[in-house]
Design a protein around this ligand. Structure first.
Ligand code: BGC
Length: 357
């Protein structure tokens, strides 16, 4: 029988073997639609590797990201000068890139600020973990991303599920706030600090309805991506009433065995997500709810296939069963292995002290 320790070792191996020579990580190496590198997914992968001491692999990814950012510098400066311009112009940094970093623009919903914000946070965290100064290209790239986020955070953009590009999402604000606060702390930059204060105010006033954070500004439903307010960086007090009420709603409305994204989700029928169950466990670990965190880790491990691959989601307790065959027909079977699922598993295993033997 496969143990957690085996799955930790297998997950680390998979992440390392999947890294492209450029430093990029594909979201899912064997799933055609996900053969790109997303800032969101790959930042979690690099963070997981960093936690397990695989600093060189993490550093190679960060250099890839820095090169992408600096290659788009003119377009990013254009977006900063004209933050209320067209969304296409605002998407100077895209959600995902081909692994070799090249490529034409495509019609993907590319304007997604949470991914590049998560990259900035993980880049700064990597420097802290390895006790290295951010210099040269790294310094220029992180400064540019911080200015980009500070200028654009209040523009509508696609959420972490690449949906609702005409709205503003407290979860995306959470990722952006974590990045801006970390950057302001690391560099003592006053303008980033001012943007972070304005954003904090927006999260707490405009991101809330009836005592809980919401999926979109002005909506009343919750989304599991609100866990981005708690991890990788808690940007609101986790023991406070607002976050506790939000967490209570996520648990009551979206958890079966694992965690769903949101009630109206129809993607592959709206199943239970391995990544999200990992983020929930991580949040529990932060709250000292270790038995709950352990339950999440066990549930994740139970979703691995015969060779230890974790999928993006599992088709259990589906919200929209009739949509499962529609997506299977469109894009093929659920993405497996999904590197972000393995990264989330590793991070939670690390939180709970499970290490490879
Ligand atoms: C998810 C994104 C993810 C991407 C690649 C999409 O289906 O909604 O959050 O970044 O897949 O894994």
């Amino acid at each position: 029988m496969r143990t957690q320790v085996d799955l930790v070792a297998g997950s680390l191996r998979l992440l390392i073997e999947s890294q492209h020579s450029s430093g990029a990580f594909p979201a899912a190496p064997r799933y055609p639609t996900y053969r790109f590198c997303w800032f969101r997914d790959a930042s979690y992968v690099a963070h997981a590797l960093s936690r397990f001491g695989e600093h060189d692999a993490a550093a190679r990814f960060h250099r890839w990201a820095e090169r992408i950012v600096l290659a788009q510098a003119d377009a990013v400066e254009g977006a900063i000068r004209d933050p209320h311009g067209s969304p296409r112009r605002a998407a100077a940094l895209r959600a995902r890139y081909p692994l070799d970093g090249t490529g034409q623009d495509d019609d993907w919903p590319n304007f997604q600020l949470d991914g590049i914000a998560t990259w900035l946070w993980t880049r700064l965290d990597h420097a802290r973990r390895t006790d290295r100064r951010i210099e040269g290209e790294a310094s220029r790239a992180t400064a540019l991303v911080a200015r980009y986020l500070a200028a654009l955070w209040d523009e509508p953009n696609f959420d972490a599920w690449e949906e609702a590009g005409d709205r503003r999402h407290p979860s995306t604000w959470g990722c952006t706030l974590a990045a801006l606060e970390a950057y302001a702390r690391a560099t003592a930059d006053a303008s980033t600090d001012a943007a972070a204060s304005a954003l904090r105010d927006a999260v707490l006033r405009r991101g809330v309805r009836d005592g809980s954070f919401t999926k979109h500004e002005g909506a009343s439903e919750v989304d599991a991506n609100l866990l981005f307010l708690a991890v990788p960086q808690a940007v609101v007090p986790l023991e406070g009433a607002l976050f506790q009420r939000t967490l209570g709603r996520i648990e009551a409305e979206l958890v079966d065995g694992g965690l769903h994204r949101y009630r109206r989700d129809t993607f592959y029928g709206g199943g239970e997500w391995v990544v999200l169950t990992g983020l929930l466990g991580w949040c529990y670990a932060r709250l000292g709810r270790r038995a709950d965190a352990r339950r999440c880790l066990d549930w994740m491990a139970a979703q691995a296939d015969a060779v230890g691959n974790l999928p993006e989601q599992v088709p259990t307790h589906l919200y929209a069963p009739s949509m499962l065959p529609v997506w299977e027909e469109r894009w093929g079977p659920v993405a497996t292995p999904l590197l972000w699922s393995h990264a989330a598993y590793l991070i939670l295993a690390d939180e709970l002290g499970e290490r490879a033997g």
